[in-house]
Design a protein around this ligand. Structure first.
Ligand code: PMP
Length: 308
C-alpha cells in the first residue's frame, strides 16, 4: 500500500529517492528555484481527482520564471502535460498535494539563468492538523516581510521562505503557532505561507496585492465566492496591526492551509476566541468548490480519472 512516491524529474518518472541534484547548483546554494504547491481533491462519488485552479498555478509559475529571468524553456502545455502524467503514474485515489519546482541546475553563480531543470512531486496530503483547537494562535512577527524592492514576495522563489522561516521559528519559540508579518510600511501583509482575511462588521477585508504578499490563488477564490455566492461585502485595503486585535474574525488562506481560523493575535482573543461563524461558512463553500460539489465552479477544476 505505502508504495514509493513516483516523481517527474528531468524528463523521467522515477522513485523520489533516485532524483539527484548537484550540491554546487544555484538551487542548492542560493535557493534559486521557483515552485508551486497545487492541491488535488479526490471525489469518491465522481471517481475523479480534481486539481484546483491548475492553469492559475502554472501561469504563476511561468511568471515566477520570468521575474527571475530564468531561461524561457518550459511551455504552459509542457508543464501541465507532465504534471498530469506523473499523477497518473502514481494512481492516487485520495487527496494529494503536488510540488512543482523549476530550479537552477549546473554549477553556475547566483546570476546564472540556465540550465533549468524541474521536478514534479505529488504526495498524499491531509488537512492541517489543529490538534483539538478551533484555530491557530498568532503573533505579530518582529521580522519585517520582504518587499517588492528587495526580494519580491510576488515571486514564489525558495529563497523568500528564509523570511518565512525566521518569523515561524520566532513564533514557535514564543509559544505561538504562526507569525503574521507587517510590511516595510508597517501594514499587515501575510503569514509565512498564507494570506490573511479579517472580518469586521460583517465585512470581509484583506490587504491588497501591493502589501508585500504573494498573489494568492486561494485569496482570489475567496473574494469571488464571498461576493458571488455569499453576498458578503469585500474590501481590499491596508490593515493596521491594532485592527487585528479588535477583529471579529480572522483567518489564513492558502493552497496548503486551505481556510485556517486564527483565534488570537499577540495573546488577544479574536472575537470569542474560537473559529468565527463567517469563517466557517466561507470554509464550507470553499470545500464544496474544490471537491467538485458546486457546478458553478467546475471551470476551476482539472479532472483526472483512471478509467483508461
Ligand atoms: N503567501 C505565501 C507566502 C505562500 O507561500 C502561499 C502559498 N502558496 C500563499 C500566500 C497562498 O497562496 P495560494 O493561495 O496561491 O496557495
Amino acid at each position: 500500500m505505502n508504495k514509493e512516491n513516483l516523481i517527474w524529474f528531468d524528463n523521467k518518472i522515477i522513485p523520489q529517492n533516485q532524483a539527484k541534484v548537484s550540491v554546487l547548483s544555484p538551487t542548492s546554494q542560493f535557493g534559486a528555484n521557483v515552485f508551486e504547491g497545487i492541491r488535488g481533491y479526490w471525489n469518491d462519488d465522481h471517481q475523479k481527482l480534481y486539481l484546483f485552479r491548475l492553469d492559475d498555478h502554472i501561469n504563476r509559475l511561468l511568471n515566477s520564471i520570468k521575474m527571475m529571468r530564468f531561461e524561457d524553456k518550459y511551455t504552459f502545455d509542457f508543464l501541465i502535460k507532465n504534471l498530469i502524467k506523473v499523477i497518473r503514474a502514481n494512481n492516487y485515489t485520495d487527496d494529494i498535494a503536488i510540488r512543482q519546482t523549476v530550479f537552477l541546475d549546473g554549477n553556475g553563480s547566483w546570476s546564472a539563468s540556465s540550465p533549468l531543470n524541474m521536478f514534479i512531486a505529488p504526495i498524499l496530503k491531509k488537512r492541517f492538523d489543529l490538534k483539538n483547537k478551533s484555530g491557530v494562535d498568532c503573533c505579530i512577527s518582529s521580522w519585517e516581510r520582504i518587499n517588492d524592492n528587495s526580494l519580491s514576495p510576488k515571486i514564489k522563489v525558495g529563497a523568500n521562505y528564509i523570511n518565512s522561516r525566521a518569523g515561524q521559528l520566532e513564533a514557535i519559540r514564543n509559544g505561538y503557532d504562526f507569525p503574521i508579518f507587517l510590511n516595510n510600511l508597517g501594514k499587515v501583509s501575510e503569514g509565512p505561507g498564507a494570506c490573511l482575511f479579517m472580518v469586521r462588521d460583517n465585512m470581509l477585508i484583506t490587504p491588497p496585492t501591493t502589501a508585500s504578499i504573494l498573489e494568492s490563488i486561494t485569496r482570489k477564490t475567496i473574494i469571488e465566492l464571498a461576493q458571488k455566492e455569499l453576498k458578503i461585502d469585500v474590501e481590499v485595503r491596508n490593515i493596521d496591526r491594532t485592527e487585528l486585535y479588535i477583529a471579529d474574525e480572522l483567518f489564513f488562506c492558502g493552497t496548503a492551509v486551505e481556510i485556517l481560523p486564527i483565534v488570537s493575535v499577540d495573546g488577544i482573543n479574536t472575537g470569542s476566541g474560537n473559529a468565527g461563524k463567517l469563517t466557517q461558512i466561507i470554509s464550507d463553500e470553499y470545500f464544496k468548490i474544490v471537491r467538485g460539489l458546486n457546478s458553478d465552479y467546475l471551470q476551476y477544476l482539472t479532472a483526472i480519472d483512471y478509467e483508461k
